[in-house]
Write a protein that binds this ligand. Structure first.
Ligand SMILES: CC(C)(COP(=O)(O)OP(=O)(O)OC[C@H]1O[C@@H](n2cnc3c(N)ncnc32)[C@H](O)[C@@H]1OP(=O)(O)O)[C@@H](O)C(=O)NCCC(=O)NCCSC(=O)C[C@H](O)C(=O)O
Ligand SMILES: [Mg+2]
Length: 284
């Protein structure tokens, strides 16, 4: 299946070291899960987390949720063992942290062979190399790592994310140019629903496929923000009908709600309906 035809509205990080959270995720309405061996796992738990995670994935029960395993970097004490173990796990993709160039993906692919790869985009160099990273043939998707990016850029937190926008934009352009999935970074204040909603809306407006999350309480907000709204679905249907009627009458342009509708708008309208169908398919 084309990875871009699946919804990625909500992508929840779960520490690979926490059996209770690993179990809870089996019943959460998330589109994808990042099973984390990196930052969410303490150094002394790295080895046991690898085994705990392999067991949980082998037990299964994650349904249609896309299962992505985030390993430690190959430049750490745990990276190589993580990569070898992840290549054997029952998962859909392996996520490499702090990717800065296609060479990082190449080094991982030598260990993980034909497993699909995702890249954490979270260093200033990754922003500058985004196009080359997105073009790597093994790469399926990008995840913005806005915490690490903010750290490396020495930015201050701003609700409008102004300091991060150039990096977010570069990665979006790169992913879209290569037809790869791209999901936005996390919102750390997991009890601040209003702030999360604002950031989800910004991410959706910018073109992200969804948002990475750290807590189950964030899931419904992301699912709603990244799904087509009833109004968008209704407009898409009316645009398609109006354009087909215009075409049948020998015209190349229709007008709906006072705005022109051309072939390119119909492409967008069909994508909206396809996404709504895909969401209904996994929710129903
Ligand atoms: C943030 C947390 C530490 C909060 O944990 P906790 O205090 O246990 O929360 P609750 O008591 O409210 O939990 C209620 C129940 O929900 C389960 N739970 C909590 N978090 C998750 C989760 N992420 N996935 C699944 N289930 C979860 C608890 O087990 C409770 O269940 P139950 O007892 O059965 O009711 C915690 O949420 C947490 O650890 N979150 C993940 C943090 C994480 O993954 N961080 C790393 C990723 S972020 C990052 O690195 C981004 C990037 O690299 C960058 O640079 O930006
Ligand atoms: Mg990070």
């Amino acid at each position: 299946m084309d990875p871009r035809s699946r919804p990625y509205r909500s992508v929840l990080y779960i520490p690979g070291s926490k059996p209770r959270a690993l179990d809870k995720a089996r019943s959460l309405p998330v589109d994808a899960i990042i099973f984390d061996l990196e930052d969410a796992v303490a150094a002394e738990e790295k080895d046991s987390a690898r085994a705990t995670l392999a067991d949980a994935l082998q037990q299964g029960g994650y349904g249609a949720r896309v299962r992505i395993v985030r390993i430690n970097g190959l430049d750490t004490a745990w990276g190589r063992q993580d990569a070898e173990a992840a290549a054997k796990m029952d998962c859909d993709a392996i996520l490499a942290p702090k990717v800065s160039s296609p060479a990082d993906l190449e080094a991982l692919a030598e260990i993980t062979a034909d497993r699909p790869l995702w890249a954490m985009m979270e260093t200033p160099r990754a922003m500058l190399n985004a196009a080359a990273i997105a073009a790597h043939p093994a790469l399926q998707g990008m995840v913005m790592g806005t915490n690490d990016l903010a750290k490396d850029m020495q930015t201050r937190f701003r609700a409008d994310r102004l300091p991060l926008l150039s990096g977010l934009g570069l990665c979006l352009l790169a992913a879209k140019a290569e037809g790869k999935v791209i999901v936005d970074g996390v919102y750390n204040a997991f009890k601040d629903d209003a702030g999360l909603e604002v950031e989800c809306r910004q991410g959706r407006d910018m073109g992200f496929d969804g948002k990475t999350l750290i807590h189950p309480a964030q899931v419904d907000i992301a699912n709603a923000a990244f799904a087509p709204s009833e109004d968008e679905i209704d407009l898409a249907r009316r645009q398609i009908a109006a354009f087909e009627a215009a075409e049948a009458a020998g015209q190349g342009v229709a007008v709906v709600d006072g705005r022109i509708v051309e072939n390119l708008h119909v492409v967008t309208a069909r994508e909206i309906l396809a996404k709504a169908d895909a969401i209904a398919g996994i929710s129903g």
